[in-house]
Structure formats: C-alpha cells, structure tokens
Design a protein around this ligand. Structure first.
Ligand code: ZN
Length: 342
C-alpha cells in the first residue's frame, strides 16, 4: 500500500512534471508515465468515493446501535456485545460491511447468525451518502433549486477549490437522511420514536441551519414551479418561519400518511396503528423542518407512490412506512431542481 502511494502520488507526478518541462525520457517510459498518471486519477477518485461510502456505513453502524438501545432505555455509550452470547465485539468485528462479510454473518464466538439486515442497512446508508456527495458536491449541486455555479464541478474542485456552501448543504441533507435512517430502524422493530430522539434530531437540524446559513434552499414564501422565488434563506426570522411552517406541514402530512396507511390492507405482522402514526408524523415533521412545506408536499407524493409500489411487491411488505419517507426524501432531493426550476 505504502509503495503504491509512493509510486502514484510522489514518483509519477515528479516524473510527469519533468516530462512537461521537456525532460528527456525513452519514448516507452514517457508512455508508461502517461499511463500511470491516468491510473493516479482513477485511484484518487476511487479512494474518495470509497471513503465517503465507508463513512456512511460507519455512521449506519453507530445509528443501528442508537436505534436498538434508546427505545430500550439503555445508554448509547459502551462497546457492542453479541446479542446471543454477550461476548464483547472487537474493533475488527465492528468494521461496517467488512466485519459482517468476514465472519460470514455469524458471531465469531458462539457462531449464532447475525441478521442480514445489518449488512444491507450499512450498504444502504453508504450508498445514500455517496449519491448525495456526487450530486451535491462533485456535480456542483445540479439537483438543488438554488445551485450556485455549475462550472465548479468535478472531484478536483472538491479538493483544491471546495465550495463551502455546497459542502454545508450536502452535510445538512446527509444529516437529515441519517436521522430518517434512525427513525426507520426504530420503526422496523415497531417501537414508538422516543421523544429524546426527536428532540435531538430537531436540535441538530436547527443548529446546522443556525451555524451554516444558506443551507435552507427555499423560503416559505416561494411557490413551487415559480423559479423567480427561489433564493437562499439566510438565518433569521425568514428561516425560522420556513422551518416552523415546514414542521407543521410535515405533521399534517404524517397524519394524512397514517390515514392512507390505515386504508390499505396490510400483512398479519401489522404494528399498532397509533405507533405507525407517531412514526410517520415524526418522519414527515423532520423532513418539513429541514426542507420546508413545499418539499413536504412532494415527499408525500413520492411516499404514496413508494408505499403503493411496496404493496404490489411481496418481498418489500415488511419495510416500515417511515422507511419509505427516507426513500421519498432522497428521490425529492435528487429531483428538486426539476420541480422548482432555476
Ligand atoms: Zn455470540
């Protein structure tokens, strides 16, 4: 690994610089240097993408622990243990995705199986982080209704001329997706979303909007499909109104969602209706808080489509209703500029 870093990032750039300055090399060596320089770019891109996805998976691994312990009234501090034999898990067992694959989905000590769900949710949040990173940073926020400039795109700009506004916006949306992920994970075990989780999520979202102004994309006054109104919302009265109105719209959407959920016949393993309603109100409310009332309407529409789609497909019926809110929010984030125009 060290040798690879040495060759690709120190020796090759040095040689290609000499080549550019008119240094004399055998023609074969020049071709090799050119080729290695291309490899250099590929390695750098791959490394950054894997790193971002890995970061998402690590967070998923931690949020899984939060989602398991908080509804059971346990502390989120302390190391993880095997649920069967209570053996403390080592660092290497805790590496997301890799740990599961290496132990072939079993505890290393008692050989009891570990649910495949853990592997898939880690892969899922890793992919969500990578998709947001690509859309909102590498491709210059093409999905955002108020993207700053489109010419600053590509991974090189991320490294050498990063755009703080895009990075903050991406981090804000990644945080929202992580919160929805936690809510979905808690919902998958038919628990109510604890008040502490909702309060903590609200505090995190409001703090980001306070410390990183310009993460709120659309003011509460803006009307969908009316591009003239889309300006960024600096922190102040306007952004407070945007967040508050969004949260109220989200709560209403959650109630509508719960009513729709009631109408559709479900499988035998149906959780309590009031629990589903509380989960949906929490999810939609947090979406509204972060994205505004206009987004709530669109996320509700996507949610209906996803929920309907899941009803039609046998294997996806056990996915909790609030997990569809997460999917709907991602779809909305990626198509946001289509709805608001630029
Ligand atoms: Zn065990």
């Amino acid at each position: 690994m060290l040798l690879l870093v040495l060759v690709l990032f120190i020796i090759v750039p040095r040689l290609s610089l000499l080549l550019a300055e008119g240094g004399h090399f055998a023609p074969q060596l020049s071709t090799t240097i050119d080729f290695l320089e291309k490899c250099n770019g590929v390695v750098m891109h791959t490394f950054i993408y894997v790193y971002v996805a890995f970061f998402g998976s690590c967070l998923a691994s931690f949020l899984n622990v939060v989602a398991w312990r908080v509804p059971r009234g346990r502390s989120i501090l302390g190391s993880s243990h095997c649920p069967s034999c209570d053996h403390r898990l080592s660092m290497r067992d805790n590496i997301p995705v890799w740990g599961w694959l290496k132990n072939e989905g079993r505890c290393r000590h008692c050989q009891s199986p570990i649910a495949q769900r853990y592997l898939w949710v880690e892969v899922l949040l890793g992919c969500v982080f990578l998709i947001l990173f690509l859309a909102e940073i590498v491709f210059g926020g093409f999905n955002l209704p108020t993207s700053p400039q489109l010419y600053h795109t590509g991974i090189e700009f991320v490294l050498f001329a990063p755009n703080p506004q895009l990075i903050q916006t991406c981090a804000f949306h990644a945080t929202l997706m992580s919160i929805l992920f936690t809510v979905s994970t808690i919902s998958s075990e038919s628990f109510r979303i604890p008040a502490s989780v909702i309060a903590c999520a609200t505090l995190i979202l409001v703090s980001i909007a306070f410390f990183c102004p310009l993460v709120l994309q659309v003011s509460w006054k803006a009307i969908p499909t009316h591009p003239a109104n889309t300006t960024l919302v600096p922190f102040g009265i306007d952004s407070a109104q945007t967040m508050l109105l969004g949260a109220v719209a989200g709560v209403i959407a959650g109630i509508i969602g719960a009513l729709v959920h009631k109408l559709v016949p479900t499988s035998e393993k149906t959780p309590d209706r009031s629990v589903v309603r509380q989960q949906l109100i929490a999810s939609f409310g947090l979406v509204g808080l972060a994205l505004g009332w206009q987004s709530v309407l669109i996320v509700l529409l996507f949610w209906l489509l996803l929920a309907l789609f899941a009803r039609l497909i046998e294997g996806t019926r056990s996915i909790p209703a609030s997990a569809h809110v997460m999917g709907a929010t991602l779809l909305h984030l990626l198509s946001w500029s289509l709805i608001f125009g630029r």
